[in-house]
Design a protein around this ligand. Structure first.
Ligand code: F0G
Length: 402
């Protein structure tokens, strides 16, 4: 059982098709009734395999009707090489690139599409910088629903675009950025053209909570000191915060990690707000970054994200494109973990914050790396050394590799 409520004014919202509070326009959130869960002990959950649906008592849909591709259950890598290089006690990477469509979005989408089916929606849709559309397209296919995705023209990485096309979505390139695409998609939803599955739909973050549950579960119910994650539209950091609050309210954990959000320097409205100590933010008109996944100027869940950061004693900072690409390569070449640029922002952020003394050397840090390196092959091709060319002889290959 659960209630949909306004995050700002707290009023209950009955209409399942609105994307904000009819009274004050605030963001929506779901208040879970944790009665069922309160009869459990954390280890009881382990009767189900690691993955999103292990945490069914914390999800607002019927698990027996889940539209699932077996999402979640991603590796938590103990990055010993990275740890020695950066000089801190413990660094783990939660590798969300191992999800069915290669990003963390699958966690929210399995819950979101299950909800769409529950409501009898024939057409689902979203605006996206790429990963949300790739994920929704796959889950809509599984559920036999029509899928419409609106993408910022020319700014979606090749792998993500290919996925949306491949799974059979109607792919619409909008002449504008993500914020423009989301504005139009929300209007289409209001007009009944599609059921909106961006993270402004409060069912999406419910699924995304499970990344936090898994991290704690994989650490055998030890809570890390800090979780660092990239922030774009700000749904994920808010979801992670909500997850920890729920487990804390049950007494399953005794504290919440410092949630630390990283934005790209050209798209950092929340970092600017954090520096000013503000709970609101000023949208960035022309966001720009190589990390196209987080090329967002007006993060829909920005206010929730700032609350998550302030309430947990966390932090926010930005990293340059160069720092992002360096961190991406470092993670690949020191740990064998391939992530897309936006995901590498969390590693770049960690390096920067250790240098600045914000992250202490004895902290146990988990970086969430949200998407797979294969999502954006073009950036890799541009940022890595040239390919060697040789004649088909041993001598010539020896010559070029020397
Ligand atoms: N990392 C990746 C790889 C993403 O695709 C996104 C968001 C984020 C981080 C940021 O997460 O928005 O919850 O703060 N991608 C969205 C999309 C916007 O359309 O795929 P967030």
């Amino acid at each position: 059982m659960y209630k949909v409520k306004c995050f700002e004014c707290g009023s209950e919202v009955d209409d399942p098709f609105v994307d904000s509070c009819p009274k004050c326009g605030g963001l929506l959130t779901i208040e879970m009734d944790l009665d069922e869960a309160s009869g459990l002990r954390p280890y009881d959950l382990r009767k189900r395999p690691l993955g999103v649906w292990r945490y069914a008592p914390f999800l607002p849909v019927d698990a027996s009707k889940a539209v699932s591709l077996l999402e979640g259950g991603t590796p938590l890598y103990d990055c010993q090489n990275l740890r020695s290089r950066i000089g801190i006690k413990s660094v783990h990477v939660k590798y969300e690139g191992a999800n069915p469509t290669g990003s963390f979005k699958d966690r929210g989408m399995t819950v979101g599409v299950t909800r769409a089916v529950e409501l009898g929606c024939g057409t689902v849709g979203c605006a996206s910088t790429g990963n949300t559309s790739a994920s929704l397209s796959a889950y809509a296919a599984k559920a036999g629903r029509t899928c419409i995705v609106l993408l910022p023209s020319g700014k979606v990485a090749a792998g993500k675009l290919a996925q949306a096309m491949f799974y059979g979505a109607k792919v619409v390139m909008v002449d504008g950025n993500f914020d423009d695409a989301l504005r139009v998609t929300r209007q289409l939803a209001r007009e009944g053209v599609l059921y909106l599955l961006n993270s402004i739909n409060p069912f999406r973050p419910e699924g995304q909570k499970t990344v936090a549950f898994e991290i704690v579960d994989q650490l055998d119910f030890e809570v890390p000191d800090r979780i660092i994650l990239p922030v774009g539209n700000a749904g994920n950091i808010s979801a992670v915060h909500k997850a920890f609050e729920e487990w804390k309210s049950l007494g399953w954990i005794d504290r919440i990690p410092k949630l630390t959000g990283i934005q790209a320097a050209g798209s950092a409205p929340l970092v600017k707000a954090f520096r000013a100590g503000s709970r609101g933010f000023i949208p960035e008109a022309s966001p720009e970054t190589v990390a196209t996944a987080i090329r967002i100027g007006n993060p829909v869940s920005g206010r929730k994200a700032l609350k998550a950061i302030y309430d947990t004693g966390g932090y926010a900072t930005d990293v340059t494109d160069e720092q992002i690409l360096d961190a991406q390569k470092m993670l690949g070449r020191m740990e064998g973990v391939g992530v897309e640029p936006a995901s590498a922002a969390s590693i770049a952020g960690l390096i920067k914050l250790v240098d600045e003394g914000v992250v202490a050397k004895d902290e146990r840090v988990v970086c969430i790396c949200t998407g797979n390196v294969l999502k954006d092959p073009d950036t890799v091709m541009r940022s890595c050394a040239e390919i060697l060319k040789a004649k088909p002889t041993v001598e010539d290959v020896r010559r070029v590799i020397a």
